[in-house]
Write a protein that binds this ligand. Structure first.
Ligand code: S3P
Length: 171
């Protein structure tokens, strides 16, 4: 397709919203690079996100996250998938607002839970009651996600391609 990207599209939203899968499909369709802040952090640290949280703590992870997002937005124009906590930081939101177009991939709690419940890769959900944790993170984070420039609502019956197309319509 011949869409010309003026700014990096920055996907924000909860874990399980599909930021990575939809981001990859979007980047392919737009023929631009796919960038992923979590992946850059793990590559540089040579450790998984869970190991980084365990060994270095969440604050260390958040610092790396800000550095990576700032660098990626400077270096390249493409589609950037961020970790679920990235858009909570005002500093990150400011950096993103300067050179990116933020888009919230919204999804209701049941859909998010259905997607994350069988995975053990998210350190924040390693609690006695991961559903309750997800719910409180969700409630806490919605006000920050609402500050994104655009929003696309995910649906259980939507494929990745349906979501990709819905995102393209908002660009
Ligand atoms: C986090 C979400 C994860 C990852 C880290 C923290 C969060 O990314 O950045 O585990 O705070 O919600 P995904 O949203 O891609 O799962």
């Amino acid at each position: 397709m011949s869409y010309s990207l003026q700014k990096t599209v920055v996907l924000v939203g909860m874990m399980g919203a599909g930021k990575t899968a939809i981001g990859k499909a979007l980047a392919t369709e737009l023929n631009v690079p796919f960038l992923d802040s979590d992946e850059e952090i793990t590559k540089a640290a040579n450790r998984s996100i869970a190991e980084i949280f365990e060994r270095d703590g969440e604050a260390f992870f958040r610092e790396r996250e800000t550095e990576v997002i700032t660098r990626l937005l400077k270096e390249e124009r493409g589609v950037l998938s961020t970790g679920g906590g990235a858009f909570l930081s005002e500093r990150n939101r400011d950096v993103i607002a300067k050179t990116g177009f933020s888009l919230w991939l919204q999804a209701d709690l049941d859909l998010l839970w259905a997607r994350v419940r069988h995975k053990n890769t998210r350190p924040l959900l390693r609690t006695d009651n991961p559903y309750k944790t997800l719910k409180s993170l969700y409630e806490l984070r919605v006000p920050a996600y609402s500050k994104a420039e655009a929003v696309v609502l995910g649906r259980a019956d939507f494929s990745i391609e349906d979501m990709r197309d819905a995102v393209i319509e908002t660009l």
